[in-house]
Design a protein around this ligand. Structure first.
Ligand code: ADP
Ligand code: LRH
Length: 477
């Protein structure tokens, strides 16, 4: 048996999980969970990176002695280091408004179709490429000698070694998904200095040893290696989808819903670009072909506005609200920014001539119906665009704990949903560390271990999908 610490930073919370792995064992325990609270400063929305780092150290202390540590987090965001290796300011949050209107400027130099052909990345205003163009004339970027994506920054603080892990690098929109290397030509045309990035490393590569200062603070005894994992949380989550065979779709549900397929090669067609599917990189050269859907962010923001009522009570009340009375487009980037979420949802229903949900239960039902509908759209379109049919939808991440959402997703897709594990990102993180220590084999073997050891819930689809089709046409009208 070996033990691994997975640091998994989501947009809503960070956690340090301990995984115990043996030939037929995969046990997960939570050592420490801490809130991730972005801060609105006079300059804009920022991640509180020091409090996250403190959470990581507290978590490692609580985890106790482990055989290795791995870090994953949300994608696209980064910290800049000066010539002394010191952090220049707090990393900018991807929901910050600095990228508004930037894409149009970029497309004037590199048309959107060319960008897609080169990188396979969906348009999202927060892709690192747009963030770097937005920051082009900032004093901070002028002084920067190094750019580290968030998990790489924390790894650097733990070990003193700088690298750029590939699965997360693939979300920058500066990587060619066919080669797994930088898009040198694209970066040159946009004046982006790729020299800022540290050398690429891949999941399973060594990422240094915990520094003596870290050992002292956490009470661990060295040497403790840090292993590069799928440092994009979604890459780690997809690695832990407990699928058997290849005919599966997945939905990683947390703050976001990331819905799609695991493929052997990217889909770079014009139809795929028009449908805004992304080709991010996964383990072992795989492609995560998926769409970003606003996810439980819609509910998180409403809960915040309502003073955080009990979630179980709210979900029971929402289950009693009639289905599909009103739906919103849960893929719409209009819901990206924080604030006033209940009224923004009500406004969207009013504008599309649907009944306006009023009570928290009605708004919650509207959100869950809308998410299930967006899940359906993504699962159907991904199969068609990639010519890759599926028989089952795996729901992993925090939303796998939401039985109503899983049931609605099964109904909407007309396919069985297998829900779990809810801490997929941490498990994928741990399994890659275990693989680096030769405890597991390939992806199929990792998935087989997951499906043998993790509690999963199956939801069979009920009825026909006619009412979902009708809701879809209401939305497109
Ligand atoms: P992230 O990693 O993006 O921060 P998570 O994967 O931790 O997100 O998922 C968080 C979401 O999971 C919450 O916003 C909540 O909607 C949902 N969730 C967590 N626990 C439960 C639960 N017990 N019942 C229903 N939903 C839950
Ligand atoms: C989910 C996630 C997602 C990205 C978003 C920025 O946590 O990593 O895959 O698109 O955050």
């Amino acid at each position: 048996m070996k033990s691994y610490a997975a640091v998994d930073l989501g947009a809503s919370s960070g956690r340090v999980m301990v995984g115990r792995v043996g030939p037929d064992t995969l046990e997960l325990t939570e050592a420490h969970r801490f809130p991730n609270r972005p801060v609105r400063t006079p300059e804009g929305l920022r991640w509180d990176i020091l409090s996250l780092y403190a959470g990581v150290l507290d978590g490692l202390r609580a985890a106790g002695q482990v055989d290795s540590v791995g870090i994953d987090s949300w994608a696209v965001d980064y910290g800049l280091l000066d010539a002394d290796g010191a952090l220049l300011g707090n990393p900018v949050h991807y929901r910050d408004t600095r990228t508004q209107g930037v894409a149009e400027k970029v497309w004037a130099t590199v048309p959107a179709a060319e960008l897609y052909a080169a990188t396979g990345l969906q348009y999202a205003p927060f892709n690192t490429l747009y963030q770097l163009v937005a920051a082009a004339s900032s004093a901070q970027l002028a002084h920067a000698k190094r750019l580290l994506l968030v998990p790489d920054l924390l790894t650097y603080w733990l070990t003193g070694e700088a690298g750029t892990e590939l699965t997360n690098a693939s979300t920058t929109q500066l990587i060619d998904p066919r080669t797994g290397d930088w898009s040198y030509d694209l970066a040159a045309r946009l004046g982006i200095d790729l020299g800022l990035f540290a050398p690429l490393r891949r999941p399973g590569d060594p990422a240094g040893l915990l520094r003596p200062g870290v050992l002292e603070e956490t009470g661990l005894t060295g040497p403790v290696p840090v292993t590069a994992v799928g440092s994009h949380d979604t890459a780690s989550a997809v690695a832990a989808v407990p699928a058997v065979g290849e005919r599966f779709a997945y939905i990683c549900t947390g703050t976001w819903s990331l819905a799609g397929l695991e493929l052997a090669a990217p889909v770079l067609t014009e139809a795929s670009r028009a449908a805004n599917f992304t080709n991010e990189l996964g383990l072992d050269g795989t492609v995560r072909y998926l769409r970003n859907i606003m996810g439980l962010w819609l509910l998180q923001e409403c809960l915040r506005e309502w003073g955080n009522p009990d979630l179980d009570d709210l979900l029971s009340a929402a289950a009693g609200v009639p289905a599909l009375r009103s739906v919103v487009d849960a893929g719409d980037a209009a819901f990206l920014a924080p604030g006033r979420m209940p009224s923004r949802i009500a406004d969207a229903c009013r504008a599309s001539g649907q009944p306006v949900p009023g009570s928290p239960a009605e708004i919650t039902r509207c959100i869950l119906d809308s998410l299930a509908l967006a899940h359906r759209r993504a699962v159907l379109q991904a199969q068609e665009l990639a010519d890759h049919p599926v028989d089952v939808v795996h729901v992993v991440g925090g939303g796998a704990r939401n039985a109503l959402l899983c049931r609605l997703t099964a109904d909407a897709c007309g396919l069985p949903v297998v829900a779990g594990p809810p801490e997929a990102a941490a498990l994928g993180n741990i399994l890659v560390q275990a693989r680096a220590q030769n405890q597991t084999g390939d992806r199929t073997e990792m998935r087989a271990l997951l499906s043998r050891t993790q509690p999963l819930t199956r939801y069979e689809p009920r009825g026909t999908t006619a009412q979902w089709q009708a809701a879809e046409s209401r939305l497109t009208q």
